[in-house]
Design a protein around this ligand. Structure first.
Ligand SMILES: *Cc1c(COP(=O)(O)O)cnc(C)c1O
Length: 220
């Protein structure tokens, strides 16, 4: 199977309201170009330096999504061009994104990452922390960021019932806050689902899936 045929097959199965992020981390630019030539314009990377290198080499109509954990001191490297940051999980990080976006004279879209998995190792906020962040950013100090939704990763398990439970939990948190409508916070995007679980995520209300290996093949 080629990258093009993988991509087109996945796209043909996605509902219209679901956005596909092609997760291209570790893959060479030639692979990304194959997806680009098949029409893909949204790519997800998890390392800022790698994303920057690919940004520099590739067509400028691509939207670059940062899907990995972000270190505060590296935000400045992606601030000029990043289109959406999925993994925001602290006020400190939001402050830095806002500061760097201001320098670039842009507004940077962000998703708040929720901790929905059982594993301790995954990043993300609990509901109390989410609430706290949402109330803090309503002040005038965050004019250069916009929270457009939530992101989450389910537990790495074969147990579909558990994954479904976690996705539905995230969807319910999303629904709870969806009515919020302030200048810098309007939840319209729910980023959940990867190669192994995106169909289930869509059934549970995902509007954005992050798919890597099913498009580009397994990573080393
Ligand atoms: C790598 C990665 C993906 C894609 O994983 P696949 O299983 O290859 O589809 C999705 N989301 C995040 C946050 C990732 O780091």
């Amino acid at each position: 199977m080629s990258i093009k045929s993988n991509l087109l097959e996945i796209k043909s199965c996605l509902p219209e309201n679901v956005t596909l992020v092609a997760v291209s981390k570790t893959k060479p630019v030639s692979d990304l170009m194959e997806a680009y030539e098949a029409g893909q314009r949204i790519f997800g990377e998890n390392k800022i330096q790698e994303m920057e290198e690919k940004f520099n080499q590739m067509p400028k109509d691509i939207q670059w999504h940062m899907i990995g954990h972000v270190q505060t001191n590296k935000v400045k490297f992606m601030a000029p061009f990043v289109s959406l940051i999925h993994g925001v999980d602290s006020l400190k990080l939001l402050k830095e994104i806002n500061k760097q976006a201001l320098k670039e004279n842009r507004v940077i879209d962000c998703l708040l990452q929720m901790h929905i998995a059982e594993e301790e190792t995954k990043f993300g906020l609990d509901e109390a922390e989410l609430q706290e962040i949402l109330s803090e950013i309503n002040s005038d100090n965050f004019e250069n960021i916009k929270i457009i939704g939530l992101m989450g990763m389910a537990t790495f398990t074969e147990n579909k019932d558990q994954i479904k439970k976690e996705f539905l939990h995230l969807k319910s948190i999303y629904d709870t806050h969806k009515a919020l409508n302030t200048k810098n916070c309007q939840l319209t995007t729910l980023s959940m689902g990867m190669s192994g679980d995106y169909q289930l995520a869509i059934e549970c209300g995902s509007t954005m899936v992050r798919i890597g290996s099913s498009i580009f093949g397994i990573r080393n």
